[in-house]
Structure formats: C-alpha cells, structure tokens
Design a protein around this ligand. Structure first.
Ligand code: FEO
Length: 391
C-alpha cells in the first residue's frame, strides 16, 4: 500500500493535505511561481477524530490515503469546513462517501457544502460563533470570520494547544515546506497572497484580526502555505497590511509602443528617486501580476504610463487599472503620463478609472509623440508635486 509522509505538527495533529507543485495560476488570474498547497489537518482526540478542511481537485485519493494511514476511516467523526471554496472543499464528497463523518459549517457554509460538494443535509451540523466541539482532551472552538475569504468562512481554534486553523487568512501560495522557516522569501509570498485574496476585503480583515488578537496562540495553521510555529511575525505583518500602512513608495506601471511613453516614464522614475521615493517599475508586457499585487499592499502612489491606441487607453493598461481597482490597495495618489500619435482620449479614460477608485490624481500629462524639453520640465514638476504629496 502507498505510504505518505505526514508531519505531526503538534501532538496528535497531522498535516494530511496536498501539495500542488505544478499549479502555475490561481483563479485564472494570479501566477503561482512556487505552486500552492491545500492544507488539511487531522485532529485525533481521545473520544473523536476531526478533519479540518479538505483539499482541491485531483487530490481526493491522496487525502483519503493519508487519513487511512492514521485511522480507520470509519472512525472519522467530524469534518470541519472552514471554507467552501473548491480548493478546500472538493474532497468533501469523497470523504463523506468513505466515512460516517458529520460536516460542521456556518449556516451559509451548510448550503454551500450541499450545493458545491453534494454534502447530504442530514449529515451537516450548523454551528454558530463560539460553539465548541469536544473531541476528548481536545476542544475545537468555532469563530465566524465572514468574508475571509467568502461569506461563509470561519476559523477553528484548538483551545488546549492554542492552535488557530485560519484557512485562507495568513495563507501563502507555496507548495514547499511545512513550517515558516522552511520557506525562503515567505514574507513576499504571504504579502502577495494577502494582496490578491485579503486586501480587497480589508474591512472584514479588521474584524477578523480583532478576533485573532483576542486569542492566545502557540501556532497558526492556515490552509495554504506553511504552519507558523512562531505566529508573532506574520501577525505583525497582517496588522500593518490590514491597517493600510503605506510607504514613500510608488508603483509605476506602463507599456510603450514607440518608446515615447517609456521616455516619459524614465524621467518620472529618475525624478521620483531623486526626491527619495522608492519606485517599483513594471513594464506590463513583462510584469508578473503576483509581484505587482504584492507591491500594491504598501505603496502610497501609482504612476501610469499609457500610450493612446486608436483614440483609447492602451488595453493592457486598462486591464491593469481595473485589476488595481478590484484589489482595492491603500494607494492615495496617482499621476498619469500619456503619449499620443494622432488623437487624444487615453488620459481622460485613465483619470476616470483612477477617480472611481477614489485615488487623488495629482497630475496628468499628454504629450504628442516623444517628450521634448518643455515636456521633460513638466514631468519633473509633476514628480515634485507627487513627491510632496507623498511626504
Ligand atoms: Fe483557499 Fe478562498 O480558498
């Protein structure tokens, strides 16, 4: 019989999830340079056994194999569904079919478990915030955490061992490693994950982190990425990111067709840097969306370099401006640089998109063709105005 490596992350708590080393994109939107993991935890109590979250498509046999390696599957009593999204819920159907487990979920989660994963109604138990489940020597407390990351989401807290099973909250897309020190560059991966999944929901994150702050924690075990044996660092980052703390940092996104926009962008970047602003430059043609999203978490300004195409904003810029609007970063200021050949129009569109995202437009320059001496001065002036605002 196939044998699996199953880390015991704490006494009688086993990581039985799956690692997807080959997945390259999430939500058909965000690149995954280091794959991802779908973490699931088997908690063995003296009286009952519980599984917290399951795994995504293609890993159903793996999780059943791991459960069977640890216990007789007929002895799995409880399946805790912190979140119904298919990356954590797809294996629910297989697990329910091969065990007698009762599924525990919030009220919204219960209907999603039935609709998305075919969970039978008579085997679902609806829980409320603060409800507890006694496994014998291990007590699970359920903490409703709506919109982290869907409306039905909750956390599960193991009282005796002070472990928070937070599902998407505190997650990172990385297949490698079990604990935080196993993962190089984890801060960057966790920040990128936050930007894509949690940043658009910061108002709910504020409520969620307050609930986490009230807990005594020895460990955070999310459902993507490594387990945190020392939660202080990731908690500190989350408090900053959720608060929307920004730096004197500008994200510059641009595309260029005949280099005129790029020349404008170069003048802007060098001026900003001279003024002490940290600049992160993305030519959208080559940019990795995960890195751009990560930089949006703590940038105070965005500079958009956009050529005009057929009297319109370049479509790649339009796409990225809409993406930024969806992610709702705490950016406060914007500047727009545009080069056009024979017709204007792009700046007006860019300004409208930025204003609808409630970002103050400090200035917008339209240049016919390449920037000449007067244009260079205007760009340097705009960089100065933006730098003053960002100070
Ligand atoms: Fe990892 Fe919202 O699912």
């Amino acid at each position: 019989m196939k044998s699996y490596f199953i880390p015991e992350i704490s006494k009688n708590i086993f990581a039985v999830g799956a690692k997807d080393y080959n997945r390259t994109i999430f939500d058909a939107l965000i690149p995954l340079p280091r794959g991802t993991s779908f973490n699931s935890y088997l908690v063995k109590g003296d009286a009952r056994n519980a599984l917290i979250d399951s795994v995504g498509p293609g890993f159903e046999n793996e999780i059943m194999g791991k459960i069977s390696q640890l216990i007789d599957p007929s002895k799995l009593d409880c399946l805790i569904m912190n979140h119904a999204e298919p990356d954590h819920g797809t294996a629910i159907k297989t697990i329910m079919s091969n065990t007698n487990a009762t599924l525990y979920a919030t009220e919204k989660g219960a209907s999603m478990a039935a609709r998305f994963h075919g969970a039978p109604a008579d085997r679902i138990k609806i829980i409320k915030d603060g409800d507890k489940l006694d496994l014998g020597g291990k007590t699970l407390r359920f903490i409703e955490a709506p919109w982290l990351h869907w409306p039905e989401t909750m956390f599960t807290y193991l009282e005796e061992q002070k472990i928070l099973f937070s599902c998407d909250f505190f997650g990172a897309h990385v297949a490698y490693g079990t604990y935080e020190n196993d993962v190089e560059n984890l801060n960057s991966l966790a920040k990128s994950y936050f930007s894509e999944i949690m940043m658009p929901l910061r108002a709910f994150c504020k409520k969620g982190i307050e609930k986490v702050n009230a807990l005594e924690l020895s460990m955070i075990a999310p459902s993507h990425g490594p387990v945190y044996r020392d939660p202080a660092k990731i908690l500190g980052h989350y408090r900053d990111w959720i608060a929307g703390e920004t730096k004197k940092k500008a994200v510059v996104i641009y595309v260029t067709m005949w280099n005129s926009t790029e020349e404008m962008v170069k003048i802007m970047v060098e001026s900003l840097e001279t003024n002490g602003i940290e600049v992160k430059l993305y030519n959208i043609i080559n940019a990795e969306t995960d890195l751009l999203a990560e930089d949006l978490v703590d940038s105070r300004a965005v500079v958009v370099g956009a050529p005009t195409v057929l009297g319109s904003l370049h479509p790649l810029i339009m796409y990225n401006l809409n993406l930024i609007k969806l992610l709702k970063p705490p950016i406060k200021y914007a500047a727009i640089l545009n080069s056009y050949g024979w017709g204007k129009g792009a700046v007006k569109q860019a300004v409208e998109i930025r204003e609808s995202a409630k970002i103050e437009i400090v200035g917008a320059l339209e240049v016919n063709g390449p920037p000449l001496a007067d244009d260079q001065k205007s760009i340097i002036d705009l960089a100065s105005q933006l730098s003053v605002k960002m100070a």
